[in-house]
Design a protein around this ligand. Sequence first.
Ligand code: MG
Ligand code: ZN
Length: 230
Amino acid sequence: MSTSLPKTDHNKKRVIFCDFDGTITENDNIIAIVRQFNPPGWEAIVNDIVGQRKSISEGVGQLFHLLPAAGRKEVVDFAISNARIRAGFSELLAYSRSHDIEFFVTSGGIDFFVYPLLAPFGIAEDHIYCNGSDFSGERIEITWPHPCDEHCSNSCGMCKPTIIRRFPAEAYTRILIGDSVTDFEGAKLADVVFARSHLITKCTELGLPYYEFETFHDVIAQLKREEGLH
Ligand SMILES: [Mg+2]
Ligand SMILES: [Zn+2]
């Protein structure tokens, strides 16, 4: 944990923005898919995305464009059977419901694996943000129903800052949970950050305070500690 964390303001409603790949699921599903089907050139694209030399939307679009749309069933089946949900996720959802915390999934992942993997958890569809997909052409096309607003020039694909900005800091304590490159911009804006993996490195680099987590039980424990400060 880093120092000087912001105090939770108990007059504000809490809202959680939770990443999907590498956060709700233990591994990154996009990486798992391209590694499994192994089309030539995928590694350089992934390195450019993680190294922020290529925007997320450009890079993710290019990665899926390497895969033929005719392989839809294999890709979807692999993604769904390969993913494992991180421990404590249902408990965090239950905790959020019982403590009047709004819970959004803000994912840079793709609809064909995000929705099926979340189906058992009863999250309202309008509380799940992710990218779309189109298998009607020769190659898999990613579609971007939630692009950056005029305040973000990052070409996020699914733009987390754009979603977070709909919840003004005066009225909400904005809590971001994430692990990697799709969370960097959102972390700058959020009031509280729960981080693992690359997001820890980024927060340290930027001097942003964060709580480290490994399972969602860690997140619940910290939220409970803040409840106790009433
Ligand atoms: Mg992630
Ligand atoms: Zn953006």
